[in-house]
Design a protein. Structure first.
Lengths: 614, 189
């Protein structure tokens, strides 16, 4: 085959992919994901073809292609290995796993092998902290890695096996649910009354359809349900705003872009309670009058895609999705699955909507809020996976039942994803109001020195405050509980999380794009013992500026690892502070600053090299 | 007034253009009043090369582009109670810091020197040699603002600052009542 004809057929196939998505520019992310899957990268020629087909400019296509971590502008290996680089994985033995991969593959992290067979790269938290170290190999995930396992796996892959074969030799014969279970353990340690206990099928939906939309919203409001993604907005109020908005089209979006490091509760719900989730979305659609829904699944959970698609198909076949749901004339609702492509920021409501619209995942200016002007400008309800599941259960068991659980202001149960230095990492469904200490006792992490509640954008607390309560009014959390034992270095953890935010900032606004880099550098200074007392004030000052002036929730919470450790672990910082000698900066290193010039000039310094005459 | 010991001021021009020193003269006839209150120690204005004793105020023009700048700046920090950065180069690196833009190179310093002495379109250097006299101080890897090398107490912005701004700052510092600048004095648009 000649070069020219390969090019033509390649571009024909790209054109076919565009046709498959109706050449719709709003489906850009789907188009580019398919291109990436097929060709392992997105070339300039491809971008030009996609731009031509969808009627966009090439630079608009490139804007999307370059934004997402899972889309690549250079060729990637046929087998792309993404190692989860979270701090929990690092503490669980990631360095040895990385070394084993590098040795077995003969490439370093960030490289692609010369024959185009393998790529090895890092990726932030992939939601498998309870079974770290973990990695994605193409669309398959592997957990609990050890150097021995890695060597066996690489040998098998080099021997011509597919990544799927590493899971089971009869992978193709397994059902999507069995595949997911083989890849990932659920680790449900405590099932509560609402979500993980016995759940009757579609009971909530059936009751909802016997009621008026207003009555459904009244029930949700009366239950006290608040959003479970982290921000905790009152769900009833959100639905009511969307219901009251006048529009031709309304949308229900499920946020399954669970990206907060240390959170993996939605992964378990998506595996174990997918029907309950779709039921909840359908109830929301009934309540607000929406006919269209989107389930936004983070790229890291692509292994759950067949499972979700099977559930959607099953529900369509049973008349639980589509036209005249459960025989109710005029109640039409269907859901499409939107895959993400590796961007933490897309968990932010506005960025998630941008991403669904086929744009780079940048947050939107608020107000207007999505309930009045969301997806494509139409009223949109965006809720977390857990919130929709709760809503379905509330319709079945009643608002009072839910309201009576938990505490004043924080009603019902919550899924906590516990990981890190404890004996039983996994999922705990518990009523709100439990103390951190009680949760640690259940998880076998009593000797913890520090607990990160709510992930890096939450709060890091020390032993003396383990009696604080897990509620919206005390320690609010989207569910992440990361336990750190006394031998962990707090500043190392903080520096890791700052580098995470530097990586995940979308770059739209300067305080977040630049400020987080400065914060990370300042923490690095502390770790190196080069900080002076004024640097503590600098950290607080800069953090306040970033929080005050950032455009979205990422920048408003990214200084939290620093601020909460400054408050709860002040000695960690003060122990590393040295008053400067003669008020000369310890961070400026004259030796490294002149080392280039020494080499170029082929002489030594008459000022700073004592032996310069030799 | 004349019974009080005069405040001692030292000044230095590092990687700058000497424009800020020239701007000192823009305070015009107020210079006469000022000289009643101060005397100059180490400074290009007096041509004194070393500190004769500890000074109250050190004024630094320019950032640090070579090892000698660093040495002088550290010497000023050790010998002055208050250190004042004057002008954009001292505060941010200024024009010399344009060479910091060569950052996507394995050898940014070599690239910079070759552009300046060999490859530049307007360079006339028949010898094709990059100056390297042993008396020349070694260049730093990049140009640093003064505040990255030592602690700076006050900064007088401008390129160069106006005579009014300089006088306001010095008079304030000498009376111990310096509170920063009036906004209209440090606007440059």
């Amino acid at each position: 085959m000649t070069q020219a004809s390969t090019f033509e057929t390649d571009q024909d196939q790209v054109a076919l992919i565009c046709e498959r998505h109706q050449k719709d520019p709003h489906r850009m992310l789907d188009i580019l994901r398919d291109v990436q899957d097929q060709f392992r990268w997105i070339s300039r020629e491809t971008m030009a073809t996609v731009a031509g087909k969808t009627g966009l400019t090439q630079v608009a296509v490139e804007g999307v292609a370059s934004f997402y971590a899972f889309l690549s502008l250079t060729p990637r290996g046929r087998v792309t290995i993404r190692l989860c680089d979270d701090i929990v994985d690092r503490f669980a033995g990631l360095p040895a796993v990385v070394e084993a991969f590098e040795n077995a593959l003969g490439i370093a992290v960030g490289q692609t092998s010369a024959d185009g067979a393998f790529s090895l790269e890092y990726t932030p938290c992939i939601g498998l902290c309870d079974q770290a170290p973990a990695a994605m190999i193409n669309d398959v995930v592997l957990t609990g890695l050890t150097p021995e396992k890695v060597r066996e796996m690489v040998a098998a892959l080099k021997g011509g096996k597919r990544p799927e074969d590493l899971i089971s030799h009869r992978f193709d014969a397994l059902s999507p649910y069995e595949r997911a279970k083989r890849m990932v353990k659920n680790n449900v340690r405590h099932a509560g009354a609402v979500l993980l206990g016995p759940v009757p099928e579609d009971a909530g939906l059936m009751k909802a359809l016997a009621q008026t939309p207003a009555a459904i919203i009244d029930q949700i409001a009366a239950s006290g349900l608040r959003g479970c993604g982290g921000a905790g907005f009152t769900t009833g109020m959100k639905w009511r705003f969307a219901e009251q908005a006048e529009a031709d089209r309304k949308f229900i979006i499920c946020n399954a872009d669970e990206g907060e490091p240390g959170t993996f509760k939605d992964r378990v719900l998506l595996t174990e309670r997918p029907h309950l989730l779709i039921e909840g979305m359908t109830i929301a659609a009934r309540a607000v009058g929406a006919r269209e829904g989107i389930l936004y699944l983070r790229g890291e959970y692509v292994y759950l895609r067949p499972l979700i698609e099977e559930v959607l198909a099953e529900r369509r076949a049973k008349g639980l999705l589509g036209k005249a749901i459960m025989g109710v004339e005029g109640f039409d609702f269907d859901i499409r699955l939107q895959m993400g492509a590796g961007a933490y920021i897309c968990g932010e409501e506005g960025a998630l909507i941008s991403s669904c619209e086929g744009l780079p995942g940048e947050p939107k200016t608020r107000p207007p809020f999505p309930v009045t002007c969301g997806y494509l400008g139409f009223p949109t309800v965006v809720n977390n996976v857990e919130t929709f599941c709760h809503a379905a259960r509330i319709l079945d068991c009643g608002a009072q039942w839910f309201f009576d659980m938990g505490t004043e202001g924080s009603h019902g149960t919550k899924l906590f994803s516990v990981s890190g230095d404890c004996i039983n990492p996994g999922i705990y469904e518990l009523p709100y109001g439990l103390s951190v200490r009680a949760l640690l006792e259940m998880a076998g992490g009593e000797d913890a020195a520090a607990v990160l509640v709510g992930g890096p954008s939450g709060t890091m607390i020390a032993r003396d405050t383990f009696d604080r309560k897990l509620t919206f009014d005390d320690l609010a959390t989207g569910g992440a509980i990361v336990v750190f034992s006394p031998e962990r270095n707090i500043l190392e953890i903080v520096e890791y999380y700052m580098s995470f935010f530097v990586h995940e900032s979308c770059g739209y606004c300067t305080p977040c794009r630049v400020g987080n880099v400065f914060l990370q550098k300042a923490v690095a200074k502390f770790r190196q013992g080069l900080a002076n007392p004024a640097d503590i004030a600098y950290l607080k000052d800069l953090s306040a500026t970033i929080i005050e002036t950032s455009r979205c929730g990422l920048g408003m919470t990214s200084p939290n690892p620093i601020l909460s450790t400054l408050e709860n672990f002040p000695l960690v910082y003060s122990a590393m502070v040295k008053p400067p000698k003669d008020r000369i900066r310890a961070t400026f290193d004259i030796q490294s600053a002149i080392s280039d010039a020494r080499v170029l000039a082929k002489r030594r310094s008459s000022i700073y090299d004592k032996d310069f005459t030799k | 007034m004349s019974d009080l010991p005069k405040a001692r001021i030292a000044t230095a021009s590092l990687a700058g253009c000497f424009g800020c020193h020239m701007a000192l003269l823009d305070i015009d006839e107020r210079l006469i009043e000022l000289m009643k209150l101060v005397e100059f120690d180490r400074s290009p204005l007096t041509d004194i090369k070393r500190f004769t004793r500890r000074c109250d105020i050190g004024i630094i023009e320019g950032g640090c582009c070579n090892e000698e700048n660093v040495h002088v700046l550290q010497d000023f920090r050790r010998n002055c109670d208050i250190l004042v950065g004057i002008g954009q180069c001292a505060i941010m690196g200024g024009l010399p810091a344009m060479r910091n833009a060569i950052m996507h190179s394995d050898e940014p310093l070599r690239e910079c020197l070759e552009e300046a002495y060999i490859k530049g379109p307007f360079t006339q250097n028949k010898t094709q040699i990059i100056p390297n006299d042993p008396a020349l101080p070694l260049l730093l890897d990049k140009v640093y603002p003064c505040s990255e090398v030592v602690e700076i107490d006050y900064q007088i912005p401008g390129c160069a600052p106006t005579g009014d701004v300089i006088y306001e700052a010095l008079a304030g510092l000498l009376s111990g009542r310096f509170q920063g600048f009036e906004r209209e004095h440090i606007r440059f648009d």
